[in-house]
Design a protein around this ligand. Structure first.
Ligand code: C2O
Ligand code: CU
Ligand code: CU
Length: 489
């Protein structure tokens, strides 16, 4: 709650912003686009190989204007990867921009050299091969830039996209699929009158008034009167949305960051913080052809009294529906603390003297390793928010479960596997995880990108399991003792 109030007080009055020309940006004028599916350039016995140029492109976001973006394959958002569990993927990224980049697979269990370490930059003109083993369960992941101190700018300019892992457990459920399985990537942006993106480097937050879904301002989507699956990603900088259907119809949540919930959770109110994913099924079969349903953002309505439109569904036809929505999706076995469970506390606060955000009093330093958890160990982390802003805290490599919140119950929609958790102002959240996957250097940080860049991030060196091989990164080499970040904060 407090989170929403904290940002709401800064919301300008609702309505259409002047900057990009009033007439050009009105809700429900443009059709929702679906990002194209990435195609492998080469398929071998061992892996699928993708080759992606990261380059500038001029795209039409605001009707009639050209917007210069930085984009994977020239697409805004980037192409969607759809991969099968157990099938290894290599993504070669060629940096054709004139700034360094580093690409992270958010939610991916990947060797550390492929994790997009903020200091492992691809310099302009360089090429880097990312190896994604895809050993993990089906989930909606995403990839995005992670360059040290420039993550916010690089993301604002367009460097993000979806990465969906599919597996048989999930396809056996016969949920809505193919053209009834639709990603909704939420971002807020602002534009100059000439159409260019108006990025501002900030320390606390960056909230813009033009809501994009898959890169289209407040679009409409023609749907059939049947069930759909929507994979919602909040790829915004700082904005926390409270999503609802304007007519009060339920959104049936089926998944969160790391895959399906144990059971569907019908709700009329979905809180989604930056980097979180929420999957829902919406059943339009109760609507007659010709009706329209608005998806809106109710965050801040306590203050403004006005919900903001995100997009609109226009029921345009009747179609048969042979998909199902089973009452049991995928059991999520609760992780239990045991005698060897390690506990850590992370205090989240602002260092007002230095005007930056810190974890346990420390700003990110690529030369410092903050913690050394060990593969196979179970750990409980407490995020204690000693500030008046919410922090969506994210841990690389692992998936976790939320044990409790100090400011109220954990929503049933948060009881699945997670990799990002909203920590409300002045509240604490405890999470539990078992370290698995790879040893090496990984990050944990706030995913409000203004905070991440200034400098609310820690570095963990994940150690090999006590009884495992000395270095669990297979073909990976041991990380260096430290990195340097030579970009300005
Ligand atoms: Cu989505 Cu370290 O980030
Ligand atoms: Cu991540
Ligand atoms: Cu934060």
């Amino acid at each position: 709650m407090g989170a929403v109030v904290a940002t709401a007080s800064l919301l300008p009055s609702p309505g259409v912003p002047k900057q990009a020309g009033r007439s050009r940006i009105r809700p429900f004028r443009m059709r929702l686009k679906i990002p194209p599916i990435a195609r492998p350039q080469r398929v071998t016995a061992d892996y699928d190989f993708y080759d992606v140029a990261v380059r500038k492109a001029d795209v039409e976001i605001v009707k009639g204007l050209r917007t210069r973006v930085w984009a994977f394959d020239g697409r805004f958002p980037g192409p969607t990867f759809k991969v099968k569990r157990g099938r290894q993927v290599v993504v070669r990224r060629r940096n054709r921009l004139d700034v360094p980049i580093s690409t992270h697979l958010h939610g991916g269990e990947v060797p550390w050299r492929s994790d997009g370490h903020p200091s492992l930059a691809i310099e302009p003109g360089e090429v880097y091969d990312y190896v994604y083993p895809n050993g993990q369960e089906a989930a909606t992941l995403w990839y995005h830039d992670h360059l040290c101190h420039q993550t916010s700018r690089n993301n604002y300019m367009g460097l993000s996209g979806l990465y969906i892992i599919e597996d048989e457990d999930e396809s056996d459920l016969n949920l809505p699929k193919d053209r009834f399985d639709i990603p909704l990537i939420l971002q807020d942006r602002d534009f100059r009158p000439n159409g260019s993106l108006r990025f501002r480097k900030t320390v606390d937050q960056l909230l813009d008034q033009i809501y994009l879904v898959n890169g289209v301002p407040m679009p409409y989507l023609k749907v059939s009167a049947r069930k759909y699956r929507f994979r919602i990603l909040n790829a915004s900088h700082s904005r926390i949305y409270r999503l609802a259907l304007a007519d009060g119809a339920p959104l049936i949540q089926i998944g969160s960051d790391q895959g399906l919930l144990s059971a569907p959770f019908p709700t009329t109110d979905l809180l989604i913080a930056p980097a979180e994913r929420i999957e829902v099924v919406v059943d339009f079969s109760n609507y007659s052809v010709g009706s329209s349903i608005v998806l809106e953002d109710r965050a801040g309505t306590e203050v403004t009294g006005v919900a903001k439109p995100v997009m609109r569904f226009d029921v345009a036809s009747v179609e048969p529906d042979d998909s199902s929505l089973p009452s049991i999706l995928k059991p999520v076995e609760p992780l239990l603390p045991g005698p060897g469970t390690i506990e850590r506390e992370f205090v989240l606060s602002k260092d007002f003297d230095k005007n930056r955000w810190v974890i346990n009093g420390e700003a990110f330093d690529a030369q410092r390793v903050d913690i050394k958890p060990r593969l196979g160990d179970t750990e409980i982390w407490t995020f204690r928010n000693a500030s008046s802003m919410a922090h969506p805290m994210h841990v690389h490599l692992v998936r976790f479960q939320i044990l409790d919140r100090s400011d109220g119950p954990v929503s049933p929609g948060e009881l699945g596997w997670k990799d990002t958790v909203r920590v409300d102002p002045s509240a604490s959240v405890r999470i539990i995880m078992t370290l698995r996957g790879f040893s090496g250097l990984y990050m944990y940080h706030c995913h409000n990108l203004a905070h991440e860049d200034h400098s609310m991030m820690g570095q963990m060196q994940v150690l090999a399991a006590a009884d495992g091989p000395a270095y669990a990164g297979s073909r990976e080499s041991e990380p260096p003792g430290s990195f340097v970040c030579n970009l300005p904060a």
